[in-house]
Design a protein. Structure first.
Length: 202
């Protein structure tokens, strides 16, 4: 009796075990497709480039210069590796989020931006103002367009002879000036800017 019962049970056990392994491998495969990031970026962007949500978060290491056009898709999170990390725009940066898919420019320690522990330290570190440097529109032809964006935990935005167009965005918890204009232009329709360093014009 026991021998017969065991012989009927084994094939069924093997079948369900194989089915479990198959489903698990597919789940892990699909998860890998949907979350290809993080993507490390540095150096110079010399040709027109698009950053996609699939490869997010993008981690800026050191200084990133944009000499052409960089388009950032809705839902992308841009994190900066350390206090020296920055983006200098000589061409055009277009970051157009939506009301439901904001674009973040933030610290690598900011796990809440995308629910992702990018620096793999658990809860050992938390983000703070000054964790990264700045985004700078440098030169008369430089233009930065940000809509439905969130800029936090850096030192702020800088328009040095260049132009910032900011719409429906939050710029807050940055060290120094949230928006600094030096012979440049900052056109703003901003939801929220810290009371400290709202706008500094030189």
């Amino acid at each position: 009796m026991n021998t017969l019962a065991l012989s009927r049970f084994k094939p069924r056990t093997i079948f369900y075990f194989a089915l479990f392994i198959f489903l698990l491998s597919n789940i892990l495969f699909l998860k890998g497709i949907s979350a290809a990031g993080p993507t490390n970026v540095s150096g110079v962007i010399a040709t027109d480039t698009t950053w996609t949500k699939e490869n997010s978060p993008y981690v800026v290491q050191g200084s990133l210069a944009i000499g052409s056009s960089l388009t950032i898709d809705p839902g992308v999170v841009v994190k900066f590796n350390d206090y020296q990390a920055n983006i200098i725009v000589y061409g055009t940066l277009n970051a157009s989020g939506t009301a439901t898919e904001k674009i973040y420019f933030t610290s690598i320690k900011d796990d809440l931006a995308d629910n992702h522990d990018t620096n793999n330290d658990g809860s050992a570190t938390t983000p703070a103002a000054g964790d990264w440097s700045y985004i700078n529109a440098s030169g008369a032809g430089a233009t930065v367009n940000i809509s439905n964006g969130i800029v936090r935990y850096g030192t702020g935005l800088q328009a040095r002879y260049g132009t910032f167009n900011l719409n429906d965005s939050h710029v807050y918890q940055n060290a120094y000036n949230n928006i600094y204009v030096c012979y440049g232009t900052a056109r703003r329709h901003i939801e929220d800017v810290d009371k400290d360093g709202d706008l500094d014009v030189v």
